[in-house]
Design a binder for this molecule. Sequence first.
Ligand code: UTP
Length: 462
Amino acid sequence: MKEELLTILRPYHQEHLLAFWDELDQEEQAHLAEQIKAIDLALITKMYAACCTETNHSQNTLLAEPPVAVRMGASTDVDQRAAEQAGLAALADGTVGVALVAGGQGSRLGFDHPKGMYPIGPISGSTLFDILFGKVIATRSRAKASVPIYLMTSPATHQETLAYLNREQNFGIPAAEIMVFCQGTMPAVDATNGKLLLKSKSSLFLSPDGHGGMLAALNRCEALRDMQRRGIKHLFYFQVDNPLATVCDPALIGHHILARSEYTLQVIAKQAPEDKVGNVVQLEGQTQIIEYSDLPAETANLRNPDGSLKLWAGSIAVHVFDVDFLCRLAVQRDALPIHYARKMVNFVDSDGKICQPIEPNAIKFEQFIFDLLPSASSTITVEVDPAMAFAPLKNGPGEKTDTAEHVQQQLMHFYRQTLRAAGLQVAETARVEIDPRFALTPGLLKNKIAAGSVIKDGTYVH
Ligand code: UTP
């Protein structure tokens, strides 16, 4: 077997992967052989060469324009109501599914389990999965139709997520309404010479291939076919780390349908030029996202005559895709480009010792789902109030933003607003929480709690 593997590796100068072969037992050898055979070495070589000659695209960002958008305050109540009606009708027809991506390693958060298991509920201690699945259940009950969940994991999160959901009986989602599928992985290479890195003597360093890996994974596991079979036409996409996500927002889905969009983005208005969100723009006739790290300050600071930011639209990674669009792109080679990131990666050196670098030593390869944007025949961007829709959990305690503490504050602010909008009394600083299964909107809350009731500090409405 060693000779066979060397024949595969030699043309790409990757023979070092077998440096410890003779020390491995049979099982370890089989594992390493399987990993090596699964890798497209020609592609890795090409990607490494491409990242070394990567050009700087920042010059043309000065030509970027804001996207075609439904702005808050600018769209009329009639537009909003029509959109909401169209979205509710699509939900009631059972033509909407949800894609929840939960394959990331959550390295910044520093939590020892898949991020979806993080207890974020400010009073209940409910996990992200519990809250987000609760929103899907509330959507199903409201629509009186099925809303299947396509949940993406990665090898880093798959087994534990499956076991957890099993234990919790999918938080009430029937087994026939959820498909858990695993995304692919990409190896990391030494930034100086393109050699693949070993995590141990018998294992390559592999990490999830980015949320863009969803496209190939949906196709591979036949989820796209499953959607077609069920008559799902629109897929609501969101990420596991945002418990404020407006899951299956009827108005967003409705705008998508009424505008005949293939790919719709929910966005927030940036507060400052340097906000760390992807910038949704029109450039070279296409809608695109320019990452904050790629947007030169000169462009980010461009202003309209009224002083507002010209490139105002920040993506919060909530999208609606047409299923036909995904099916079309899933069979296209190179539908998504590869992004490169320089990262610190622990690896086994030629003496067999684990090295812990103190500066970025490796290149990781990833695909991003929003790179599908330029391929869409039509797109639309819909603005939402961040206080109602965006509270991402990214960082561990002590960081300036996006920690569990920040998220819980934002959640409680949202719950207080919802209670007040339902005609209930709640103090400015009260710690409160609402189970989405109990009521998702002020309208639904009104039907369940008498107007004027006082909601005390520390209440979990469920
Ligand atoms: P992030 O890019 O914020 O990554 O993912 P992360 O893994 O959560 O955190 P860090 O960067 O390691 O600290 C945004 C969303 O995309 C999903 C994540 O699970 C999260 O919901 N994602 C990311 C995937 O599903 N797969 C990936 O390969 C990467």
